[in-house]
Design a protein around this ligand. Structure first.
Ligand code: ADP
Ligand code: MG
Length: 233
C-alpha cells in the first residue's frame, strides 16, 4: 500500500491504492458506450494512464474522489469522461463546472473536453476566465451551456450576478486544487461550492496534498475516495 503524502498531517485519508495491473488497462473495461470508446480510439487513446485506471471506475460509479497525480498524467480525461457521461445533452443547463487556477489551464481543459465530447452529441462547453469582458460571457451563458470551465474569481462573479445558474449542476471539479489555493482562491472556491446543489459529485485533483486541500475536501466533499499514485506516474 502507498504511504500517505507528507503534507497529509491532520487528515484521516482512506487511501485506495490502485490495482497492481493498471499499467496498460484498456478503456473497454469501464462499461462506456461503444461510441465513446470509438471516439477514444480515434483520439489515439488506446490504454488508460495510471491515474485514469485508478480514478475512472470510482468516478463513473458516482463517488466523490480526491486524486493526487502530477501534471501530464491524463487527469482531464479522468474527470472529463465521468462528467460527460452524466450529461443530458437535451437539457440546456449547466450540469458540470470545472475550476482551474489560470486562464491557460482552463483553455487546455476546455479543449480536451471538446475532444472527448463527440461532435454529434452537441455538447456546449464554455470557458469563462477573468481578464475578459464579463458581459459577452454572460450573453454566452444566456444562450445555454452544458459545461463551464473557468477560474474561481470569474465564476464567483457570474454566480453573484445571476448569469451562471447552478440548479442543474451534477458534477463539480476542482482541478489543480493545490495551485488554486497557492493563488489565494480558497474563499472563491468555497463561494462556488456553496452555490452548488448539495446532491452532486465532487472530483478534486491535485499534485500535492497540503492542509488547504484537506480543508476543501472536509467542507465540500462527501466521503471522498482517495487515490495517490507513486511519483513515477
Ligand atoms: P494533466 O491534466 O494530468 O496534466 P492532461 O489531461 O492534460 O494531463 O493530459 C496530458 C496529455 O495526454 C494530453 O495531451 C492528453 O490528450 C493526453 N492523454 C490523456 N490521456 C491519454 C491516454 N489515455 N492515451 C493517450 N494520450 C492521453
Ligand atoms: Mg490538467
Amino acid at each position: 500500500p502507498l504511504p500517505p503524502p507528507d503534507d497529509a498531517s491532520g487528515s484521516d485519508p482512506v487511501f485506495v491504492p490502485p490495482p497492481a495491473a493498471i499499467a496498460a488497462a484498456p478503456f473497454d473495461t469501464l462499461g462506456l458506450p461503444p461510441a465513446v470508446l470509438a471516439n477514444l480510439a480515434r483520439l489515439g487513446y488506446h490504454a488508460m494512464t495510471p491515474i485514469q485506471a485508478a480514478s475512472l471506475p470510482v468516478a463513473l460509479a458516482g463517488h466523490d474522489l480526491i486524486a493526487q497525480a502530477k501534471t501530464g498524467s491524463g487527469k482531464t480525461a479522468a474527470f472529463g469522461l465521468p462528467l460527460l457521461q452524466r450529461l443530458d445533452a437535451r437539457r440546456f443547463a449547466v450540469q458540470a463546472l470545472v475550476l482551474c487556477p489560470t486562464r491557460e489551464l482552463a483553455e487546455q481543459v476546455g479543449q480536451e473536453l471538446r475532444r472527448l465530447a463527440r461532435a454529434e452529441d452537441n455538447i456546449k462547453i464554455l470557458t469563462l476566465c477573468g481578464g475578459s469582458p464579463i458581459r459577452p460571457q454572460a450573453d454566452s451563458l444566456a444562450h445555454g451551456a452544458h459545461v463551464v470551465v473557468g477560474t474561481p474569481g470569474r465564476l464567483m462573479d457570474h454566480i453573484s450576478r445571476g448569469s451562471l445558474k447552478l440548479d442543474a449542476l451534477a458534477t463539480l471539479v476542482l482541478d489543480e486544487a493545490d495551485r488554486m489555493l497557492d493563488m489565494g482562491f480558497f474563499d472563491d472556491i468555497a463561494y462556488v461550492a456553496k452555490a452548488c446543489p448539495k446532491h452532486r459529485q465532487t472530483l478534486l485533483f491535485s499534485a500535492t496534498y497540503p492542509e488547504g486541500v484537506v480543508r476543501l475536501a472536509r467542507q465540500f466533499m462527501r466521503q471522498p475516495q482517495e487515490i495517490a499514485l507513486p511519483e513515477q506516474h
